[in-house]
Design a protein around this ligand. Structure first.
Ligand code: PLP
Length: 427
């Protein structure tokens, strides 16, 4: 890709594409927001680098931390900055371990994640990730990382099971898992409010409420991975609000800077902070931090991004656009290959199937979603195939005209795919 303008990117032949995935779910303000360029330039002039070790910080970083604490979906107290979603989640794991050890529970170290989760690719966060492709041949997951069932109504709810009943069953499964492993060995549970890279999977009604009752019962910390869901994407400032999750630790990245600079954040509650602060005072220091943690240029761009979200009232913008976005996608449900449309705000998945009524997928080897993505690319729409679905996560600044343009280009690609499938006798 050679350049960007609004929600569009242009390749080195000059071909135009609507970026239907905001790059990697991150460029919420599109690809040419000059205020972010200026914010970076100003900070580069003023102080291009400094760190947050040895009790130091910079005004821009302090301001960003305060802004995030103001926005947090539950009362949070302190923010640790890092350079990526993986580093943020890696840090969250270490904070859990440190906290549990400091309060006298050194064995509470196991972390429960979920199948289909995506939390990153460092050694520890790839272990949290619940996708086989990130484990295969790496000797991952490491011991101590456990994967519970993921809430995937389309694939895993039983015939006739209500959302409530499905959520109750998943909570019971989690309770059983904790009991089997031993609650005294489990430190935390981590979840994306709506799973992104697993296929934009929306939990059933009541899921997080029931899951959290299990976590409370067993004294297990709740971590929300808001790396994709944060900053308006799902129609609330954080996905946790959309699904009724009240985390003790929250990680964010991507849209925090609209992807213009690499920066992530870990927010922690005051209860966790106090335990960690007391322990580190006792043992000398808190031995964690990266050279580029709280990089002032990244922080300046993130702060400007948050200012723009505030001025735009990003949550209202997303809520205003979501009905049109889903109206056009839901219209595809009449298509003989579309089995389900799901999502929230401006993130969605369109699930394809050979037999939509009985939810029978195409064979993986037939690569039907990949073919659709290729056709869409021909028509100038970038999306991504995940399993049997194709996913969309356009920049939040997308206009109504461009939302309709996504529908048109996607519809044409779907028709081409249907023709291919029929020609090859795959239906
Ligand atoms: N968590 C979630 C939910 C993500 O979607 C991602 C990346 O897509 C990550 C964590 C990892 O972020 P990064 O690629 O910045 O390390």
């Amino acid at each position: 890709m050679a350049r960007g303008e609004g929600v569009r990117v242009y390749d080195d032949n000059g071909k135009e594409y609507i970026e239907g995935l905001s790059g990697l779910w991150c460029a919420s303000l599109g690809f040419s927001e000059k205020r972010l360029v200026e914010a970076a330039r100003r900070q580069l002039d003023l102080l291009p680098y400094y760190h947050t070790f040895r009790g130091r910080s910079t005004p821009v970083v302090a301001e960003l931390a305060e802004r995030l604490i103001d926005l947090a979906p539950v009362p949070m107290s302190k923010v640790f900055f890092a350079g990526s979603g993986s580093e943020a989640n890696d840090t969250a794991i270490k904070l859990v371990w440190y906290y549990q050890e400091a309060r006298g529970y050194p064995n509470k170290r196991k972390i429960i994640s979920r199948k289909n989760a995506y939390h990153g690719v460092t050694i520890a966060t790839a272990s949290l990730t619940g996708l086989p492709i990130n484990h295969k041949n790496f000797g991952i997951p490491l011991p101590g990382f456990i994967h519970a069932s993921c809430p995937f109504p389309y694939k895993n709810a039983r015939p006739g099971e209500t959302e409530e009943a499905y959520a109750t069953r998943l909570a019971q499964e989690l309770d059983d898992l904790v009991t089997r492993e031993g609650a005294d060995t489990i430190g935390a549970f981590i979840a994306e409010p709506i799973m992104g890279a697993g296929g934009v999977i929306v939990p059933p009604q009541g899921y997080f409420e029931k899951i959290q009752a299990v976590l409370h019962k067993h004294d297990i910390l709740a971590i929300a991975d808001e790396v994709i869901c944060g900053f308006g994407r799902t129609g609330n400032m954080f996905g946790s609000e959309t699904v009724g999750y009240r985390p003790d630790i929250l990680t964010a990245a991507k849209a925090i800077s609209s992807g213009y600079q690499p920066i992530s954040a870990v927010m922690i509650s005051d209860g966790i902070y106090q335990v960690i602060a007391d322990k580190s005072a006792e043992i000398g220091t808190f031995g964690h931090g990266f050279t580029y943690s709280a990089h002032p240029v990244c922080a300046a761009v993130a702060l400007e991004t948050l200012k723009i979200y505030e001025e735009m009232d990003i949550v209202s913008v997303v809520r205003a656009k979501a009905p049109l976005f889903f109206e056009g996608l839901n219209a595809l449900r009449d298509h003989p290959m579309v089995a389900e449309v799901r999502g929230a705000g401006l993130i969605a998945a369109v699930e394809l199937a050979r037999d939509t009524k009985n939810r029978v997928p195409f064979e993986a080897s037939e690569a039907v979603p990949a073919y659709l993505i290729e056709r869409a690319q021909e028509y100038g729409l970038i999306m991504r195939p995940i399993g049997d679905a194709i996913v969309l996560c356009p920049p939040l600044v997308i206009s109504s005209e461009d939302i309709k343009e996504i529908h048109t280009r996607l519809g044409r690609a779907l028709d081409d795919t249907y023709n291919m499938v029929r020609e090859r006798g795959l239906l």
